[in-house]
Ligand binder design. Structure first.
Ligand code: MG
Length: 173
């Protein structure tokens, strides 16, 4: 059974995931207003994924008979100076989330909680993907610079992103 300390830390992480969702929804709105509707869609899919991350953690706490306690979601930034700036903030944010997930793993290790470690392994892999995706987009945008034609192509490409239900939710775990 989960320790009080780890249950509290996962509760805090649920709030962090919901904050992430809100951050990406905010980026989506600002970028939509800038006219890049495809890139705005990419951020909207990020928003859906972050909510799914919170849902996965909620399910896990339920499986451990631990109560989920929701806290207020803090304010998010509402304007970015460019698409590149939004992707740079995405990468910075995902690195912070990776550190938070690593911290949860450290608590699970201290507790010798094998079930939690196993559960958290999915998030470790997910963060590798999140950081890689954000880093690729930062590099892509830097290469394009002020090339509007290139940005329009990127907008079209990212507009095709489809939301996939994360595996732990599909399995209902
Ligand atoms: Mg997340």
């Amino acid at each position: 059974m989960i320790s009080k300390k780890l249950a509290k830390a996962i509760n805090d992480q649920i709030n962090a995931e919901m904050w992430s969702a809100y951050l990406y929804l905010s980026m989506s709105q600002d970028i939509y207003a800038k006219g890049f509707h495809g890139i705005a869609h990419w951020f909207k899919v990020q928003f859906l994924e972050e909510q799914a991350h919170a849902a996965i953690m909620i399910n896990y706490l339920h499986s451990q008979d631990a109560k989920v306690v929701l806290a207020p979601i803090a304010k998010v930034q509402t304007e970015w100076k460019s698409v590149l700036a939004a992707f740079e903030d995405t990468l910075k944010h995902e690195k912070e989330v990776t550190a938070m997930i690593n911290n949860l793993c450290d608590i699970a290790d201290d507790d010798k909680d094998r079930a939690a470690a196993n559960f958290l392994a999915w998030f470790i892999d997910e963060q590798v993907e999140e950081e890689k995706a954000a880093s690729d987009l930062v590099n892509h945008c830097k290469m394009l610079g002020d090339h509007l034609g290139g940005m329009i192509m990127l907008d079209k490409e990212l507009g095709a992103r489809q939301y996939q239900t994360p595996a732990p939710l599909k399995q209902g775990s």
